[in-house]
Design a protein around this ligand. Structure first.
Ligand SMILES: Nc1ncnc2c1ncn2[C@@H]1O[C@H](COP(=O)(O)OP(=O)(O)OP(=O)(O)O)[C@@H](O)[C@H]1O
Length: 652
């Protein structure tokens, strides 16, 4: 037990095991789906989406939160009542947690807010404003100050930190021709509008994966990009692709109605995107869409996003205006492909599969076959395929080859499936029966901060959220049983700091990029059935992104033995403390990882492997000497009481 609670507790933090959540004997609050509010007016926790949204369909990543049984030892929530818990409340506020905010059930029940009679739909994230093309402008449109503030000025946008040494990994490039890395955006041959947008984004230097992907993609090859979580993979493909298209949009894009005179009754078109990005989760799709909205600013390229849970009607309307860059989850994409006259993939020049190892799993096979090789899909040589992820197990790499050209370029920053040292990883032994108490203690042993808690089942997410909420902590939760409106509300509340604690299943393990997530807690470690060590890597990667630092605490017990060896190797590789109870698993000699070698998937006899270390001033693979990138952070990560919401700012 000596390894428990060495998390630098605050001076007034409770002794080990001594903190008892203030009790409340007013009974239980076991609403099935734990959507809770201050009022007890009988709001149904599991309200069907009143806006005609289709059911939470199979277009989202369900794999890791499908299992509803967490087996023996799962706690039953509900012993902390729904009524006001004065002691707990005082304790939470004294500790610095923000006041919890009740949900507005009227939105779920009617789709209307009481104070907003005109609003008929929830504000779907998919409906966010995009820069609208207008033929009068030529290739580059004028700035739109309000949109510019919305896209680039939000206080909730991630800011790069200063700890970029953590990304100084050896980069392995396997390519038939040398890839000449770029060390500055300005020298990368990018379109002037793209350079402006990169500046507006605040990206000062390319990250290692961007240094190699930008030139490779500009050269027109298929690319597999593998790099650690939070290292800018989205930009690594969007920056070169959109830049390439910016000068050619007029020639390549399908005719599109003028937004100024658009009449849906007469002007609707079939959407014929040039770029298609497929990803496994709805919230991730929205996030990629946001990056596209920023990088397409002032260009002719119009981005759109489609995903399940949003009324189909709205997405048909959106596609009817035309789109050049389409981001989609597979289920909804397939549904739209099946509708006549709505969407055609015959113009697609770039298909990107984000979180590719996840998308190549059996669960997605049928959808992916249809999307990647359907009759309507552009099968010409000018169609480039790309795959990106932080993890890429061998089996997935073999499958990936099916879709890639033989001479594709493979770019790997560090070891496939590795993580970086900006994440401090703590493993704490906690029996299942003690987990809730341990969680409560843990939350109070550190300054309050944006905290993401992962569990392995939807039921556990509900129970735990209920438990925390009833202890007056500002928590919310997200999983695949929730309506999309609820999911989007949870993300908004978490992102803005309204609810700085979020309980989640694997549905948000991948890709989610939320500012100031300083602590990730694996309440349940992901066993093999829940994605295993790769899932662990993605989950902890929700903190310490893009040069920031963060903490990941995992509750371990004997039920997690199936990932113990892999976990210990990750800890050793990233110079983390290995707790006593796992010490006998530390391998002797050199660390050997199953996924280390790409030799099995090198696709061409001629493939040449080059390595270089971005950030060094040494001669790189192309023989150029470059300055070490100098990163400056707009701000340091901060322990902020869990809430950095600027007063009165309701952006996002
Ligand atoms: N060159 C850059 N400089 C500063 N910030 C950047 C740069 N490139 C990307 N970012 C920002 O870094 C954050 C992480 O990027 P992104 O989400 O693309 O990471 P990722 O590698 O795809 O992570 P994951 O594997 O978790 O999906 C985003 O907020 C993005 O806007």
């Amino acid at each position: 037990m000596s390894d428990k609670w060495d998390l630098n507790p605050k001076e007034d933090a409770p002794e080990e095991g001594s903190t008892t959540p203030p009790s409340d004997d007013e009974g239980t609050n076991n609403a099935a789906n734990a959507n809770k509010g201050a009022d007890d007016d009988g709001a149904d926790a599991n309200v069907a989406d009143a806006n005609g949204a289709d059911a939470n369909g199979a277009d989202d990543k369900n794999a890791n939160d499908a299992g509803d049984s967490n087996g023996a030892g799962e706690d039953d929530a509900g012993d902390n009542g729904a009524g006001e818990n004065i002691d707990a409340r005082e304790k939470a506020r004294l500790h610095g947690f923000v006041e919890r905010t009740p949900y507005d059930y009227s939105v779920y029940a009617t789709g209307r807010k009481d104070d907003d009679a005109d609003r008929e739909e929830p504000a779907w994230l998919a409906n966010a404003a995009v820069y609208e093309w207008n033929d009068d402008y030529g290739d580059v449109g004028p700035a739109i100050p309000e949109l510019e503030i919305e896209l680039f000025g939000s206080d909730y946008r991630m800011q790069a930190g200063t700890k970029f040494d953590a990304f100084k990994y050896e980069v392995t490039v396997e390519a038939p021709e040398p890839v000449h890395l770029i060390r500055e955006f300005a020298n990368a041959g990018l379109h002037p509008v793209m350079l402006e947008n990169i500046k507006l984004c605040g990206y000062r230097f390319p990250t290692p994966i961007q240094m190699y992907c930008i030139p490779a993609i500009l050269a027109g090859t298929d690319v597999v990009g593998i790099a650690q979580t939070g290292s800018g993979k989205t930009g690594a493909y969007f920056i070169p692709i959109l830049s390439r298209l910016m000068g050619k949009a007029k020639k390549l894009a399908a005719p599109r109605p003028n937004p100024r005179t658009y009449n849906p009754a007469t002007d609707r078109v079939r959407a014929e995107p040039l770029v298609l990005v497929i990803c496994p989760a709805r919230e991730l799709a929205v996030q990629i869409f946001d990056e596209a909205r920023r990088l397409c600013y002032r260009s002719l390229l119009r981005p759109a996003v489609v995903y399940g849970g949003v009324p189909l009607r709205l997405q048909l309307e959106e596609l009817g205006r035309g789109c050049d860059v389409l981001i989609a989850t597979p289920g909804r994409l397939k549904a739209l492909m099946d509708k006549p006259g709505v969407l055609s993939l015959n113009r697609v020049k770039f298909t990107i599969i984000d979180e590719a190892d996840e998308m190549l799993q059996d669960d997605w096979e049928e959808d992916m076959k249809r999307i990647l090789a359907g009759a309507d899909v552009n099968a010409d040589d000018d169609h480039t395929y790309m795959m990106f992820s932080a993890t890429f197990p061998k089996e997935a790499r073999k499958l990936a080859k099916r879709y890639m050209m033989d001479d594709h370029v493979r770019i790997r920053v560090g070891r496939t499936g590795s993580t970086h040292t900006n994440i401090t990883q703590k493993i704490v032994y906690v029996d299942d029966s003690a987990k809730r108490q341990a969680l409560y203690d843990l939350l109070f042993s550190l300054p309050p901060a944006r905290t993401l808690i992962f569990v392995n089942s939807r039921r556990m997410a509900d129970l735990l959220d209920d438990y925390l909420f009833n202890l007056e902590l500002p928590s919310t939760s997200i999983h695949s049983d929730r309506t999309q409106a609820e999911r989007e509300d949870a993300i908004r509340a978490f992102r803005t700091g309204q609810m700085p604690i979020m309980v989640a299943t694997g549905v948000t393990a991948r890709g989610l990029d939320i500012k100031n997530v300083l602590h990730v807690i694996n309440y349940d470690l992901p066993s093999a059935a829940h994605g295993g060590i790769d899932e662990y890597i993605h989950r902890i990667g929700r903190t310490a992104r893009i040069g920031n630092e963060g903490l990941a605490t995992s509750f371990y017990n004997d039920r997690n033995e199936d990932i113990a060896d892999a976990l210990v190797k990750i800890l050793v590789e990233t110079n983390q403390d290995v707790p006593d109870f796992l010490a006998d698993r530390i391998p002797e000699g050199e660390l050997v990882f199953d996924d280390d070698s790409d030799k099995d998937s090198v696709s061409s006899e001629d493939t040449d492997t080059k390595t270089a270390m971005p950030g060094d001033t040494a001669t790189d693979a192309a023989g150029e000497i470059a300055e070490e990138p100098k990163w400056t952070a707009a701000e340091e990560p901060k322990w902020d009481g869990g809430n950095d919401t600027p007063a009165g700012d309701e952006a996002w």
